[in-house]
Design a protein around this ligand. Structure first.
Ligand SMILES: Nc1ncnc2c1ncn2[C@@H]1O[C@H](COP(=O)(O)OP(=O)(O)O)[C@@H](O)[C@H]1O
Ligand SMILES: [Mg+2]
Length: 454
């Protein structure tokens, strides 16, 4: 018997194949978006369900209403343009797995929910299938590759910022290539700490990693640089845990805001917002945790729009990493944003965010999405049209100005089912939501150039 913690949720499987008429009744006449997945189907139900609700709400006209199908990579027909089976939301709002009497044509593909092992290679192969089939894609692999390779994304963003832009900042970063010897690693780390200055917290991670896997952090104090040696835990971690399978990305820690341990835990409910802007008492300080913000950005056909997201709150006061995979917890993005604290004059001070700060967060994510897609040949067709941008925040104690610091972009973001609409600072309930913009784009895209034949 699996323990309750590891048991998969149940997935209903319809016993009879759906007739073409029943399919038409369930899906309507609008565009069909296939979420191509390959990890466990039962774990994908709530994401499918949320995207179905978003698609329905976004459809201004019934004929524009995008039908959302969850199609396992193995359920596609050999030409990859049709689905033999799919997860669908039925008329009662329940997700079931259906087979079809006749394969069901699809119009647009979005690759999500792949097994972590071999994820990027599998995405490349699914994306190549879609290309051969002439299927438009939300996350075509060549553009997604720019996000999967964190250093490449970093360089694209650095190029953008070099043109005098300042909507976001980047951590100082360097890449240590796979073949590097221990001596190379040590000298590169020494060079890097000399560049960023001490004391600093240095974070190392696999350049193509995900979910906080193999990320390590160490604070290096003034005077320690000269004594850094190959037995240093950071150097050993790079050599033993990262370089055997990937390049190592080395970055300075950025972000100086914290939230209370309990911030945003009451996900999707609206607790009363604590008022006041005063200093925190000592016991409250002990509860402060680092927080990273995930903002979902989508292409609406004309621009990138930052619509929704969640916060990731670190699992303990000292923890540098907020990732879920590292004992961090998902929290409501709006509630966390309303409860930020920053260090000021030796203590922690409440940051009272304004609408302009929320707008700055949105804008940072949107321009980062745009810059990641810079110079793609056929523009929209090749764009990564939806991504989850991870950011930490910095508040300047003197001016009170907030700057988002962009860490990475996720081309197949997990946790879409936990995202809520970015609603601003007004108190009120948060609403589960991923995107409206993307469904407007899909409807327009399919209207402009329909592919479906069946
Ligand atoms: N330079 C940095 N400054 C502050 N926090 C960081 C930095 N790099 C990583 N982190 C923390 O580690 C987490 C994981 O890093 P990230 O770059 O998002 O990689 P991934 O999620 O792919 O493992 C982030 O969400 C953040 O909490
Ligand atoms: Mg991340």
């Amino acid at each position: 018997m699996p323990s309750p913690a590891t048991a998969l949720p149940e997935l209903r499987i319809a016993s009879n194949p759906l007739s073409p008429e029943a399919v038409a009744g369930l899906l309507g006449a609008g565009p069909r978006l296939a979420l191509i997945f390959a990890a466990e189907a039962p774990l994908f139900q709530s994401t499918l369900h949320q995207l179905h609700l978003d698609a329905h709400a976004a459809g201004e006209r019934v004929s524009d209403r995008v039908a959302v199908l969850g199609v396992h990579a193995d359920w596609r027909t050999p030409d990859c343009r049709q689905a033999r089976c799919a997860l669908l939301v039925d008329a009662d709002g329940l997700v079931s797995q259906y087979s079809f009497e006749r394969p069901v044509p699809i119009d647009v593909a979005w690759t999500l929910h792949l097994p972590l092992d071999g994820e990027q290679e599998l995405h490349a192969s699914i994306s190549a299938d879609c290309d051969r089939a002439g299927l438009p894609q939300i996350n075509p692999h060549p553009a997604s590759e720019r996000a999967d390779d964190k250093m490449r994304a970093h360089r694209l963003w650095a190029t953008y910022l070099a043109h005098g832009r300042d909507e976001f900042a980047l951590p100082a970063a360097t890449l240590i290539a796979r073949g590097a010897s221990q001596a190379d690693v040590l000298s590169e780390i020494k060079r890097f700490v000399a560049r960023v200055g001490l004391p600093s917290t240095i974070i190392v991670q696999p350049n193509r990693g995900t979910e906080g896997q193999s990320v390590a952090a160490a604070r290096i104090d003034r005077g320690e640089a000269a004594t850094l040696e190959s037995r240093h835990p950071l150097v050993r971690h790079i050599c033993e845990a990262i370089l055997p399978s990937d390049d190592a990305l080395v970055r300075e820690e950025r972000g100086n805001v914290r939230v209370n341990r309990s911030a945003g835990r009451a996900l999707h409910r609206a607790p009363p917002m604590p008022g006041g802007t005063g200093w925190l008492s000592t016991p409250e300080c002990a509860e402060l945790r680092r927080v990273a913000f995930r903002v979902n950005v989508a292409w609406n056909g004309a621009e990138f729009v930052a619509e929704s997201g969640f916060a990731q709150v670190a699992g303990s006061e000292g923890s540098v990493l907020a990732s879920r995979g590292r004992e961090g917890a998902i929290a409501d993005i709006n509630e966390c944003f309303a409860q930020l604290h920053y260090r000021c004059a030796g203590g922690w001070r409440r940051f009272v965010a304004s609408e302009a700060d929320i707008e700055a967060l949105r804008r940072a994510a949107a321009v980062a999405a745009w810059a990641l897609n810079a110079d793609l040949q056929e523009e929209e067709e090749e764009y990564l049209k939806h991504m989850g941008i991870d950011m930490v925040l910095e508040i300047d104690a003197e001016s009170g100005k907030m700057t988002p610091v962009v860490l990475e972009a996720n081309a197949r973001p997990a946790g879409l089912n936990q995202a809520t609409a970015l609603r601003g600072i007004a108190p009120g309930p948060s609403r589960l939501h991923v995107s409206t913009a993307l469904f407007h784009f899909i409807a327009r895209r399919v209207r402009r150039c329909p592919l479906r034949t069946g």
